[in-house]
Design a protein around this ligand. Structure first.
Ligand code: MUC
Ligand code: MG
Length: 367
């Protein structure tokens, strides 16, 4: 079996309301759908979210790296030859979500050719993932209203609050309002997307003491190594690396140099193959992982559920899986459902993302 053709389709689906965070904001899912076709009639599918403020990728850069660099070298490979595909892609630096999408589409093809669900091929540990909901920048009362609605409607009890604002009191007040309104039982953690300095993050930790925060993600730029290490040493809660640790090499460097004490895994930027390597590093070194969200569509969220449910360590914590609910529409024939706070894996062959052709025709931007 050989790869015959690779498609990279730009599309745009509006958000019902924007998601805002310290490094940027999203008003529409302007993504690239990747489809890899084989000579025996199978199609592997994955979604690619351009995040210029995180990785420097755009829709155009993703399409051109696929068309001009990856496709000519991947066409003719057997989809099972994932290591060869990894080596081809590693000759081009960066472009993490373009590489991740190729890898996920290859796993999808492998699952489809074996008639097996990919969550089983990856590990088959659980049938579902608990959901954590990401709260973007909003006034504190609106944040609480959103969190209470998610608890009521979807049974979600874990919330990641986007922070990194100045003055610090904006975020500290939001934490206080959420904790008071949600009570002791809900989990709350912070992601500052590098918005603070290390010392500002320490001040936030001091001023939120006793409010039961569980994690502090990417509080400041990890490149400011000394301040970051001091913060990590003084923090009473794990400091999670996210955009500072997109590859296994970055994970090893940041963990060993004291830049973080937990790691966010995102399948959109790591694919399943590198996500496995990152997970092995983390379990081997004894640090927690979270399954993060690259502000994914349902196609991307299904990939996260597939990987997250497959391993014990990735399903222990709730995964960030609900941002697609902010979109006006999506591409799946069978929409993802969040019920009693969980999303279930798909039992069909592959990753399970069947694309609604009518919707794709409607939202694609290249016709
Ligand atoms: C996150 O966890 O940081 C925001 C920017 C990005 O690259 O991912 C999101 C979520
Ligand atoms: Mg993050």
């Amino acid at each position: 079996v050989k790869i015959e053709r690779i498609e990279a389709i730009p599309y745009s689906i509006p958000y019902t309301h924007p998601l805002r965070f310290a490094s940027g904001e999203v008003h529409a899912a302007e993504h690239v759908l990747v489809r890899i076709y084989t000579d025996n009639g199978l199609v592997g599918i994955a979604d690619t979210p351009p995040r210029p403020y995180t990785y420097g990728e755009t829709q155009e850069s993703i399409i051109s790296v696929m068309r001009d660099i990856f496709a000519p070298q991947l066409i003719g490979l057997d989809p099972l030859e994932r290591e060869k595909a990894q080596r081809v892609m590693s000759r081009t630096v960066n472009n993490p979500t373009a590489k991740g999408a190729v890898d996920i589409a290859l796993w999808d093809l492998i699952g489809k050719s074996l008639g097996a669900p990919v969550h089983k091929l990856l590990g088959g540990y659980a049938e579902q993932m608990r959901v954590s909901h990401m709260l973007g920048f909003r006034p504190a009362p609106e944040l609480l209203e959103e969190a209470l609605r998610f608890r009521e409607e979807y049974g979600v009890t874990t919330f990641k609050l986007k922070t990194g604002r100045r003055p610090l009191s904006l975020d500290i007040e939001a934490v206080r309002v959420l904790r008071e309104g949600l009570g002791e039982e809900s989990e709350i953690y912070l992601d500052a997307n590098r918005g603070w300095s290390a010392n500002e993050a320490l001040e936030v930790l001091r001023r939120t003491e006793g409010m039961g925060l569980s994690l502090l993600e990417e509080p400041c730029d990890a490149a400011e190594a000394m301040g970051r290490r001091r913060l990590v040493q003084l923090s009473p809660i794990p400091v999670v690396g996210d955009e500072s640790v997109p590859t296994p090499g970055d994970v090893a460097r940041e963990l060993l140099s004291g830049g973080c004490t937990a790691v966010c895994i995102k399948t959109a930027r790591s694919g399943f193959t590198q996500a496995k390597e990152i997970l092995a590093l983390c379990t081997g070194l004894g640090v927690d992982v979270t399954m993060g969200n690259q502000i994914d569509t349902q196609v991307g969220s299904l990939a996260t559920v597939t990987f997250g449910a497959a391993h014990e360590a990735t399903q222990r914590r709730a995964g960030e899986l609900s941002n697609f609910l902010d979109m006006a529409d999506d591409l799946l024939v069978e929409p993802i459902e969040i019920r009693d706070g969980v999303i279930r894996v798909r039992e069909g062959p592959g990753v399970g993302a069947e694309i609604d052709q009518g919707k794709l025709a409607h939202y694609r931007q290249d016709t």
